[in-house]
Design a protein around this ligand. Structure first.
Ligand code: NAD
Ligand code: UFG
Length: 337
């Protein structure tokens, strides 16, 4: 598998994965509708790797454009990142999420089917575990979606399972990411959220640089060591490497596979603040506010399956994640130009 199509490849996780693919000498085509990213990310990836990726401005809802793409190019596999991901927005605009994420994926799979390309790596999420009964969470835990965004991820997982059941020449890796954070160590590519960030790490880096006044810590009364919520933060470069391992896995042992991609370690909001302060030398002003509705107290992965079967381990710790997120923020105070 050398020719890889990456959907959503100009986005946060996509751009880091394209970088890793190029370093490992894959030939890469990126499609993206640029609804939540800029082409600049890909330009920087090309500069960093001194290699080129082919880009096409395509929306997954454009069936004709997808068909033309698959007619004009050959791919061995597809890594499918393209999707909308804001939980709050999905509650306000569920149809937008169902249409974009689910119809977009169905269109992609139909185009792949027609072209006879049946190797797919899909960006799923720990959100498919809903509010987990306990952590660490193994892949066989009960699945439950608690918001429209989560329901799109869970539905796509079912669609891809059913596709594999109907035609076992489909090879599918469902990768359930925990909390991707950080940035490439160069600080040239990173996370570039629109408006005020929803997620913890970009919010902290924007407080540190003075764009936001203070961090609201959502809940100080969870049953955790310091009362704040616990998550499994994973460096985006470690996550990117997991995708290459998943491609190799599909090649060596075809079938449908499911893996958690996390570190297996839980860190509280206070742990993240402390690690960030240490890595950046900046004080993060914060106040404890009421819990954010829908947030789980504790959510971290059992990563033993990915460790063993993908021969994949994370290499970077929370301090590395904070250092790299801060480096990216400092070099790009307003994100990509
Ligand atoms: P991102 O928004 O940075 O990247 C997604 C990319 O998909 C964007 O570049 C966007 O423009 C593109 N896109 C969206 N809809 C499209 C469409 N219809 N056609 C073509 N392009 C389209 O997000 P990310 O953080 O890089 O996430 C990548 C994937 O991983 C998403 O599917 C997301 O749901 C999933 N995921 C992300 C997280 C996280 O916390 N970042 C956690 C778990 C899973
Ligand atoms: N938090 C704060 N203040 C903030 C933002 C977050 O205290 O301003 C807390 C949250 O309550 C939570 C932790 O920081 O305890 C992490 O919150 P994030 O919003 O960064 O991440 P979530 O775990 O809520 O969700 C993320 C993605 C989801 C995805 C999930 C699992 O946003 O899309 O990880 O992969 F489903």
């Amino acid at each position: 598998m050398k020719n890889i199509l990456v959907t959503g490849g100009t986005g946060f996780i996509g751009s880091h994965t394209v970088l890793e693919l190029l370093i490992q000498n894959y030939r890469v085509t990126v499609i993206d509708n640029l609804s939540n990213s800029k082409l600049e990310s890909l330009k920087r990836v090309e500069k960093l790797t001194r290699k080129n990726a082919h880009f096409e401005h395509i929306d997954l809802l454009d069936v004709k454009a997808l068909e033309l793409l698959f007619q004009s190019s050959h791919f061995d596999a597809v890594i499918h990142f393209a999707g909308l991901k804001a939980v709050g927005e999905s509650v306000e605009q569920p149809l937008k999420y169902y249409k974009n994420n689910i119809s977009g994926t169905v269109n992609l799979c139909e185009a792949m089917n027609k072209a006879g390309i049946k190797n797919l790596v899909f960006s799923s999420s720990a959100t498919v575990y809903g509010d987990p009964d306990s952590s660490p969470i193994p892949e066989k835990s009960p699945l439950k979606a608690v918001n429209p965004y989560g329901r799109t991820k869970l539905t796509i997982e079912y669609i891809l399972r059913e596709l594999h059941t109907s035609d076992n020449s489909w090879n599918v890796a469902l990768l359930r990411y925990f909390n991707p954070v950080g940035a490439h160590e160069s600080g040239e590519i990173g996370e570039d959220p629109n408006g005020i960030p929803n997620n913890l790490m970009p919010f902290i880096t924007q407080v540190a640089i003075g764009k936001l006044k203070e961090l609201n810590v959502f809940g100080g009364d969870y049953p955790t060591h310091d009362g704040t919520g616990i998550r499994d933060y994973i460096h985006v470069s470690d996550l990117a490497a997991g995708h290459i391992r998943a491609l190799k896995k599909l090649e060596e042992k075809p079938g449908l596979v499911v893996y958690n991609l996390g570190t297996g370690k839980g860190s509280s909001v206070m742990d993240v603040i402390k690690a960030f302060e240490k890595a950046s030398g900046k004080k993060i002003p914060y106040k404890i506010t009421p819990r954010r509705p829908g947030d789980a107290a504790v959510c971290y992965a059992d990563v033993s399956k990915a460790n063993q079967e993908l021969n994949w381990q994370t290499k970077r710790d929370l301090e590395d994640m904070c250092r790299d997120a801060w480096n990216w923020q400092q070099k790009n105070p307003n994100g990509y130009p």
